[in-house]
Ligand binder design. Sequence first.
Ligand code: FES
Length: 318
Amino acid sequence: METIDVVVVNKTVEAERVAAFELARADRAALPPFTAGAHIDVHLPGQLVRQYSLCGSTQDLSRYTIAVLREPGSRGGSEAIHAAVREGDVLRIGAPRNHFPLQPAPYYVLLAGGIGITPMICMADELARQGARFELHYCSRSPQLAAFRGRLAAAPYAGHVHCHYDDGAPQQRLDLARVFGDAGMDSHVYVCGPGGFINHVEGGAALAGLAAQQVHREYFSAAPLDTTGDKAFEITLARSGRRLPVPAGRSVLEVLLAHGVDIPVSCEQGVCGTCVTRVLEGIPHHRDMYFTDQEHASNQQFTPCCSRSKTPSLVLDL
Ligand code: FES
């Protein structure tokens, strides 16, 4: 996959445990264009590759901005970027990809939980630029942990931004029934944050009568998988006819790589969609957070990094 070398031209503390990084090409040439909701792969020290949403302006291609929450319990990426990456360092990134694009809607409700603000602030900027109607709700444990407060307060759309703090007064808490009721039945909801927050928003939207297709979500990381019931199955690579056993303790991805079948991979936990592979026969056991329920039900694609099979064999378009 195409990668780009960028220099960290600015590193700032945006909130407690949140650092923002501005990345530019060494020769200051323009970076590839992107749309709101896009993310980039960032190649970190120690062979780590992590995805970060672009949170700068889609109109400024002189630099990309990402913001990273330092999570001591994470798989290493956030610690590595906070501790090891400094201004002047060169990083390798992937070209922007967007699995979370804005779709035309008469009204948008943007909901950010914690560091989930990163794609949302880009969306809010973009919607404001387009003159679209929207409101942004930003939920955080406390003001100290909320990144981009200054930027949001100074934005021309500041009147459409509502901050909700867990440690704040009860009357400022997020009231989804009221938010969705006021927004109207034809609004579209965009939500990004931890899994529990997304589930809460999806439940609230369903209760308010919004259809599943009106709710668009982006997870940051998957909950730990329970693999105790995993069973062995077989995959067939349609193009070569090769048949490969997948034992209970190994992922399809591990089996593919062990047999020299290289597929693009990034998060390895069913969040980013990089490894998506077409399924020609068989029924996958989906365990990703990437596809919608409808896409899962169609069984046409799956994520070999974490998903398995419900049938004894899967035929893959590889
Ligand atoms: Fe991210 Fe499989 S590598 S979904």
